[in-house]
Design a protein around this ligand. Structure first.
Ligand SMILES: [Zn+2]
Length: 547
């Protein structure tokens, strides 16, 4: 009979598991087979055992749960770096101690910089250290605390070094925060940070490769197999290409290139022409997903229709920061659309989302973008009438668990109603708007099981449950962290679920994701992570079985 070729035996079969496939029907299997970098069959133990050949490894899952590899739709890095590490600080005292230690070892004019992966919500006092606080531990050395992607906090020596004084005006789209006497208190938001030039850590190519390899391994250990990285420079993209050439990637990457600084349409066109990068170029390891643009700030600068809560609202005048005018933004977006590029725009507040939708609609009127999966990054505070527009444009919203980290701080800035609505995943799904989960790491810690725990429970690290009406189911949370990420990057046919012919990216979990109490999800350990059929992280007993 024609076509009765002997199918090659799989390289490995995995049996005795609870395989949560996240296929269209969310079916559960017991076993699967892998050949090369793909799943070749999924089914019952008996069905899969029949496929064993003489060289097939048989891995007994011992009843553990397997899911598709986790993905993060918006991740900058795993945190860490050469700066002062504040990620473990739990009080202002811890912050000062970490800085004091670095000061002691430094010559008096050396600029001391922190890593960005910390937030005041993790501190007992729930507030930022400011200029005078930092002066007490660093009277001579300039200190710049970098926090997340939107804030610097400077001590007096640093303010002096960069000539930021009582009379200094913040550039458009930025803010210099002040004490009540008008003196800068050290906090610089968004574009005000351009007043400061941080010393660049001089790293060789090999050191950079080493640093990224280490970060990807950390992410692999949390179950991540794919990340989308918004705001990658051309140099970073070239570095990732080099890592791919050398076979060093253990993470599948989808990158959004950063727009040039202070962009306009002509600059963006010149940048793309000069870069020699084609829209959507790449393969299953490294692909260009478009260009990243920014409308507003973050926790302190999200652009709102209504003022911030007092005293942050400054007597009803402060609505957040607009980093680019509506006209200029729309011109850029239209230009990118003409060039065939896709766009992901950072928009936190409802007024920022208004601006994105106006820009995308203008582009869509020239050449349809529906079906091209343009994105809104974050989308903290969408308003009712915005959902239909998002759906009509076929947008995907990348949703993260900022509230998990910063809940009480957001309540202070925006009041309980707005804060409790951040980020309304239930509402997005109920309105038929596509979403893909992530963290914004290192702004928010990267473990995807924490993100899923937050979306399922709406619990926060230090502020209890906020916005309980926005809870989603475990199946929805898992889909947002796997298959729906693949949809965002146009890869739903090749990855994101455990199905024959898809890439063998999967996670073995120590406990049953679908049945343990909610709290256990936050604590759950990853036993093994596999990318393209190869284990990139494994603990006992799989560390031996997979060698
Ligand atoms: Zn981000």
């Amino acid at each position: 009979m024609a076509g009765l070729a002997l199918a090659a035996a799989p390289d490995a079969i995995y049996v005795n598991g609870k395989i949560v496939t996240v296929d269209a029907r969310f079916s559960i299997a017991s076993a699967f087979a892998v050949a090369g970098d793909k799943f070749t069959a999924v089914g019952s133990n008996d069905e899969i055992r029949k496929l064993v050949g003489p060289a097939t490894r048989v891995i007994d899952l011992g009843g553990r749960t397997v899911t598709p590899g986790f993905a993060d739709s918006h991740l900058h890095g795993a945190g860490g770096g050469p700066g002062v590490d504040l990620s473990a600080a739990r009080s202002l005292g811890d912050v000062y101690a970490a800085i004091a230690q670095r000061v002691k070892a430094a010559p008096p004019d050396e600029v001391i910089v922190s890593n960005s992966d910390w937030h005041e919500a993790q501190l007992k006092e729930q507030r930022l250290p400011l200029r005078k606080d930092l002066d007490a531990v660093a009277p001579k050395n300039p200190v710049v605390l970098v926090r997340g992607g939107h804030e610097y906090i400077l001590n007096s020596a640093a303010l002096t070094k960069w000539h930021i004084e009582k009379t200094t005006q913040a550039p458009e789209g930025g803010q210099i925060s002040r004490y009540s006497d008008g003196e800068p208190n050290g906090e610089l938001m968004d574009r005000a940070r351009t007043l400061v030039t941080l010393p660049a850590p001089a790293m060789t190519t090999e050191e950079q490769i080493e640093s990224w390899s280490t970060q990807f391994r950390k992410l692999n250990a949390a179950g991540l197999t794919s990340v989308r990285q918004p705001g990658i420079s051309l140099d970073q993209y070239r570095l990732f290409q080099e890592m791919k050439r050398r076979g060093l990637l253990t993470m599948r990457l989808n990158i959004l290139l950063s727009a040039p600084a202070n962009p306009d349409a002509a600059k963006v066109r010149a940048f793309i022409e000069g870069a020699g990068v084609k829209a959507d170029e790449g393969d299953e390891w490294l692909r260009v997903g478009g260009m990243k643009l920014l409308i507003d700030g973050g926790f302190e600068g999200g652009l709102m229709r209504e003022p911030y809560r007092e005293p942050y609202g400054k007597d009803g005048t402060y609505r957040g920061l607009r980093l680019i005018t509506a006209d200029r933004y729309t011109e850029i977006v239209k230009e990118l659309n003409r060039l065939g590029w896709r766009v992901g725009t950072h928009a936190v507040g409802d007024a920022a989302i208004d601006q994105v939708l106006a820009g995308y609609e203008a582009a869509n009127a020239e050449r349809p973008i529906a079906g091209r999966r343009w994105a809104i990054e974050h989308g903290f505070i969408p308003r009712e009438e915005q959902f239909a527009k998002m759906k009509a444009l076929g947008l995907v919203v990348t949703v993260q668990d900022h509230l998990y980290l910063a809940g009480p701080v957001l309540v202070r800035y925006w009041g309980p109603d707005r804060a409790g609505w951040v980020t309304p995943v239930r509402a997005y799904l109920d309105h038929g708007v596509r979403a893909a989960a992530g963290t914004d790491s290192p702004v928010v810690p990267f473990p995807p099981l924490w993100t899923m725990y937050h979306f399922i429970s709406r619990d926060t690290i230090s502020g209890g449950v906020l916005g309980a009406d926005q809870k989603i189911t475990r199946a929805e949370a898992l889909r947002l962290s796997t298959a729906d990420n693949s949809y965002l990057t146009f890869e739903e046919k090749t990855k994101g679920s455990i199905e024959a012919r898809k890439l063998a990216d999967f996670v073995v979990l120590a406990e049953d994701f679908l049945t343990v109490p909610d709290r256990r999800i936050e604590q759950m350990k990853v036993s093994m992570t596999v990318v393209g059929g190869k284990a990139v992280f494994a603990t006992s007993p799989f560390d031996r079985a997979t060698k």
